[in-house]
Design a protein around this ligand. Structure first.
Ligand code: FAD
Ligand code: DLZ
Ligand code: SF4
Length: 507
């Protein structure tokens, strides 16, 4: 008989492991363990979501006739890692092989590949994770054919491969990408989608109590937990999104607004990442909404691009370049992460709003992550590894394979432009244009070097000055440097920015 170990981010009935095992003979292992729950200080909602989804999934497997051995979290337990659990079960069953599906994270995959077989004295079979559209081997092949690994080239190939929004070999609408149509600010209309709430069962209640007890020292609150913890409820989130938000997803994809936490975003990433939903069913549902005339092309193309394009692309980049990718720091930034990233206390209203969303909901939408908290970390020269650890901890959807390329590549330009040809650096002006945050802020977004000037402004120009040697000759940044050359207050900007950086925790 064989063991099949199913991880907390592999909770789907069509998982490769379940396809090769035999429910009449083999045994499924699942474990809540301290090593996985504490390798970063995960938001309590992330732990609660994963533990509850794992318990519900184990119950569903048992109902389907599988034998499941499940280890529920216990603080004093000698079982501290997944390996400990497999070893403990080996004493109970005449096992001849361990089957796992390829892990999401390099850390665990390495442990399994390099040590487990020897430690367990057992063959370990590792299967491809076929929940993704693009296998790791296919991505390697894609990478070998291009000099620059831009998402757009990859995305077009994936559109052709899957046929999403295609007429033969051509994109519907004659355009591959409608990003330029997707930049409206939102000022109260159309109305926001209604909120979807779920009834909680005993599994949820038990897990909430456990997480309150064991992980209360982690930043973030459990009080506002609204995530689905079963596949059937995750499917309801998908339907709710398609009905209420998808039609507006494109127009307001980059918008931000005071007090509104999700706008027309889908909130589907935690389910896609832990396995409750498959990327294919999500893209199929969005495409069907387009063909039914329910949502416009710019919305559906924009949404499918995030999943078929960005999500698959960052996974490919991660596995292509790990482990050295994690240490990249092309701009040689080394400042510590400001304390307010963990406390949420800052007078910069845009940052405070993103932290509020983050700690209350274990969520922030893409533009909040990229252009507010990420942009600030970039402009203030934070050590990429410190900000990366933060992103990995605070969101319900955070797993290193998707978090790391977004942080190091998109936000911090730490990979030297492998993913993003130029840094996503922006001054307060961009935030003012895309949101109403500045109206509610004590800082003045219109000035650069006054005592109450928006910190993003001087930090933006100081970033450009500090990295002039790298970016002045960049073909897409010439205009920025022409503007910089015209500024009369260059020296005051430098002095002001340096002062801000010297008392960054007070901003
Ligand atoms: P929507 O806006 O509704 O998008 C739909 C789906 O597209 C998402 O559910 C997600 O699966 C996918 N998607 C969108 N953008 C990206 C992207 N850039 N990379 C990969 N997939 C994408 N996403 C994660 O899933 N986990 C992370 O740990 C994570 N860390 C991030 C860190 C930083 C610094 C940044 C800038 C982005 C990060 N993202 C991460 C990507 C993105 O911000 C989230 O996927 C998105 O905000 C999730 O909310 P949503 O489901 O409402 O997304
Ligand atoms: C994120 C997470 C957490 C918090 N806890 C567990 C756990 O107790 N048991 C488990 O199997 N998985 C957990 N996970 C998800 C894993 O960290 C994830 O499977 C690995 O990082 C590989 O992607
Ligand atoms: Fe953010 Fe500056 Fe606007 Fe304040 S003024 S909300 S700090 S961009």
């Amino acid at each position: 008989m064989r063991f099949g170990l199913i991880l907390g981010d592999q909770l789907h009935h069509q998982l490769a492991t379940l396809k090769v095992l035999d429910r009449t003979q083999d045994v499924i292992l699942m474990a809540e363990v301290v090593e996985e729950a504490t390798y970063v200080a995960h938001h309590p909602q992330k732990i609660a979501l994963i533990f509850s989804a794992m318990r519900h999934f184990a119950k569903a497997l048992k109902a389907d006739g599988w034998r499941v051995r499940y280890h529920a979290f216990e603080s004093g337990s000698p079982i501290r890692s997944l390996l400990d659990f497999v070893q403990s079960q080996q004493q109970l069953f005449p096992v001849t092989e361990l089957v796992v599906t390829h892990c999401g994270e390099y850390r665990l995959q390495q442990q399994i590949e390099q040590h487990w077989s020897q430690r367990l004295q057992l063959p370990v079979q590792c299967l491809n994770d076929d929940r993704f559209f693009c296998s790791l081997e296919q991505f390697r092949h894609f990478a070998s054919r291009y000099q620059t690994l831009r998402m757009e080239y990859f995305y077009r190939e994936m559109r052709k491969q899957t046929g999403y929004l295609m007429l033969g070999q051509q994109p519907i609408g004659q355009q591959w990408n409608y990003d330029s149509a997707n930049r409206k600010a939102w000022s109260g209309s159309p109305p926001l989608p209604p909120q979807l709430n779920f009834e909680r069962d005993q599994i949820d209640v038990d897990v909430f109590a456990l997480v309150e007890r064991e992980f209360c020292q982690h930043s973030g609150s459990l009080a506002n937990f609204r995530w689905a913890t079963t596949r059937s409820n995750a499917k309801r989130v998908l339907e709710h999104f398609i009905t209420h938000s998808l039609p507006y997803f494109g127009d307001y994809q980059d918008a931000m607004a005071q007090g509104t936490d999700t706008l027309f975003h889908s909130l589907l990433s935690p389910y896609l990442n832990c396995g409750l939903l498959l990327p294919k069913e999500v893209c199929d549902a969005a495409e069907a909404a387009y063909y039914a005339g329910h949502a416009p092309l710019n919305a559906v193309e924009g949404f499918i691009r995030q999943i078929l394009g960005w999500r698959e692309y960052v996974r490919g980049i991660y596995w292509l370049y790990m482990p050295e990718y994690a240490n990249r720091n092309a701009l040689q930034h080394s400042s510590p992460l400001p304390q307010f990233y963990w406390t949420g206390h800052t007078q910069m209203n845009c940052m405070a709003e993103c932290f509020r969303n983050t700690f209350q909901n274990a969520y922030a939408h893409h533009i909040q992550r990229l252009m507010i908290t990420g942009n600030f970390a970039l402009l203030s020269g934070v050590d990429p590894q410190q900000i990366s650890e933060w992103y990995l901890a605070v969101y319900a959807d955070a797993y290193e394979w998707v978090e790391l390329p977004n942080t190091l590549g998109m936000v911090m330009h730490a990979d030297g432009g492998l993913m993003a040809s130029k840094p996503y650096a922006a001054s307060g002006n961009y935030i003012h244009k895309m949101s109403d945050y500045c109206k509610h802020c004590t800082y003045n977004v219109k000035t650069r070097t006054e005592p109450d000037s928006c910190p993003f402004n001087s930090l933006y120009w100081y970033f450009m000055i500090r990295h002039e040697a790298i970016f002045r000759t960049h073909p897409r940044m010439g205009m920025i440097y022409r503007q910089l050359d015209k500024l009369k207050d260059r020296q005051q900007i430098i002095t002001h920015a340096q002062q801000l950086l010297s008392r960054i925790d007070e901003l």
